[in-house]
Write a protein that binds this ligand. Structure first.
Ligand code: NAD
Length: 498
């Protein structure tokens, strides 16, 4: 059986861990490889290599570090198809969507190509007599990222793109469910000219995550995954004196006002609800039509779109989405479908039991639609992370806005309307971190920052953009005086501007 190894100090490493995880082909249900699970010793080997490399790397001037990013971008682009196919074969998302996963990560690399500009400090000339003050951003040292299965290319690049460009070295602990692409990216980073040790990959589960959170040389940890684990990583990392940003789960709402262009809105909602089998933190699993007439019209259109929606193997170019990631995840989604029915929501389309000819062991779940979902239902409160769309009917815009605002998660939200004033008020008032106006998946571009509110993110800094630069650097402020020959008396009181 093929074995996926760690990547430490510029090369593949078997490690000393004795445990392994299965990597499935979600189309067939077969185990296609096993991945080494690292232990504390493997992590320590990676940290030592990273610490050694970091001093040299931080001394490389920012423009040269940016050139490595340019070259990395070129190499990844040249291998786009290879990477997308590799990603699809472990994740199950269709190849075109996998290309998008790589491309969205590359957009952060493009941002990182401009790092010399982002690293420029601040300067005050003459802050006092003969005194100048300047502040500069320095890298933290060795930093780490722990990433989820659903974007195995984009999310690692969100983190290491910025972290490495500013002069840190990076330890990546990718999801154990689809670990091949992260290793390939690390190899390409070396090929692009980053010194060995600047980007390491250590695979594993809780044991290696705990080792990261406890390691004294790791200065900052960036995490993306489900909320309970995000909270755990946030608290434990802080307890060990680390800077932590931890993004969690989501339950994003799409509000449809009666004046919306329904044809476009429903097409947008379909892609956002069912694309990637709903396994996106910016998916749109809840639609809130305002008024019974809008709700009936949305329901009717969604139903007719479902009739032509094609679920297929991830390599099928005609498929709109593929299987979910594992059998365990398929069961979890199907259990939620049963729960929704038991809770009294109307199961309009049941996606359970979908099998594809020749792939009867694949982890497929058909598009599922619930109507008359109520805010007190567990299936509304919790993240399902599957191809399940829930209609929650609202009588008024105020009632509709309350739903995402009062929900425990606050990642993304969208409003569909032709009324600019209503959209503007909504964007100002809604208690959610990322807002789309007639945009169903409002994932900000790389030079803005990505981050939700409430249980969707713990910590203060968002991912990528200038928040990424702030998160992965520390500010040093220098106050400098060049006296002109005179000797002053000692000052025993604090100097002020008076
Ligand atoms: P997950 O929380 O199961 O895993 C995330 C990472 O944590 C993985 O690397 C995993 O190995 C590790 N991990 C798992 N169990 C752990 C434990 N007990 N202790 C320590 N570490 C552990 O998430 P997932 O299933 O891989 O990804 C899906 C989740 O990620 C969804 O909740 C989704 O909403 C969320 N997500 C959030 C964002 C965001 O930016 N807010 C983006 C993508 C995905």
């Amino acid at each position: 059986m093929r074995q996926i190894e760690h990547f430490i100090d510029g090369r593949s490493a078997r490690g000393s861990g004795q445990r392994f995880g299965d990597v499935f082909n979600p189309n067939t249900g077969e185990v296609q490889a096993r991945v080494a699970f690292g232990d504390a010793a493997d992590l320590d080997a990676a940290v030592r290599s990273a610490a050694k490399a970091q001093e040299e790397w931080a001394a490389v001037n920012p423009q040269r570090r940016a050139r490595v990013m340019f070259e990395f971008k070129r190499l990844v682009e040249a291998r786009m198809n290879e990477l997308a196919e590799m990603l699809s074969s472990e994740h199950g998302k269709v190849v075109a969507d996998s290309r998008g996963d790589v491309q969205r990560g590359l957009e952060v690399i493009e941002f990182a190509c401009g790092i010399p500009h982002a690293l420029k400090g601040e300067y005050t000339e003459g802050a006092g007599p003969g005194i100048d003050v300047y502040s500069l951003r320095q890298p933290l040292g060795v930093v780490a990222g722990i990433t989820p299965f659903n974007f195995p290319a984009m999310i690692p690049m969100w983190m290491f793109g910025v972290a490495i460009a500013v002069g840190n070295s990076f330890i990546l602990k990718p999801s154990e469910k689809d670990p091949s692409v992260p290793v390939r990216l690390a190899e390409l980073m070396m090929e692009a000219g980053a010194p060995a040790g600047v980007l390491n990959v250590v695979h594993g589960d809780k044991a290696v995550v705990d080792a990261i959170l406890e390691h004294p040389l790791i200065r900052a940890v960036s995490f993306v995954g489900s909320s309970d684990i995000a909270h755990y990583v946030y608290s434990k990392g802080a307890e060990h004196g680390k800077r932590v940003q931890a993004m969690g789960g989501a339950k994003n709402h799409g509000i449809v006002l009666p004046d919306a262009d329904l044809e476009h809105a429903v097409k947008d909602i379909m892609g956002a609800a069912y694309g990637s089998a709903g396994e996106r933190c910016m998916a749109l699993p809840v639609v809130v039509p305002v008024g019974a007439k809008t709700a009936d019209a949305v329901r009717e259109r969604v139903l007719s779109e479902i009739e032509t929606l094609k679920v297929g193997v991830s390599t099928d170019p005609a498929a709109q989405y593929g299987p979910v990631v594992t059998a365990a995840h398929k069961k979890r989604v199907e259990d939620y479908i049963q729960l929704g029915k038991d809770e009294g929501a109307e199961l309009v389309v049941d996606g359970r039991g979908l099998t594809l000819q020749g792939y009867d062991k694949g982890f497929f779940v058909g598009p599922t639609l619930f109507d008359h979902v109520k805010p007190q239902m567990k299936t509304y409160k919790e993240e399902i992370f599957g191809p399940v769309l829930q209609i929650v009917r609202a009588e008024s815009l105020d009632e509709a806005v309350k739903l995402p605002s009062e929900h425990a998660y606050g990642n993304g939200v969208a409003i569909f309307t032709r009324n600019g004033r209503a959209a503007r008020d909504f964007a100002a008032k809604v208690n959610v971190g990322m807002v789309g106006i007639n945009v169903p998946i409002p994932v900000p571009v790389a030079y803005h920052t990505f981050g939700g509110w409430k249980r969707s993110a713990f910590g203060d800094a968002n991912q990528h953009g200038m928040d990424g630069v702030r998160f992965f650097t520390k500010v040093k402020t220098v106050t400098a005086r060049w006296p002109e020959g005179m000797t002053e008396d000692s000052a025993f009181v604090i100097p002020t501007m008076n």
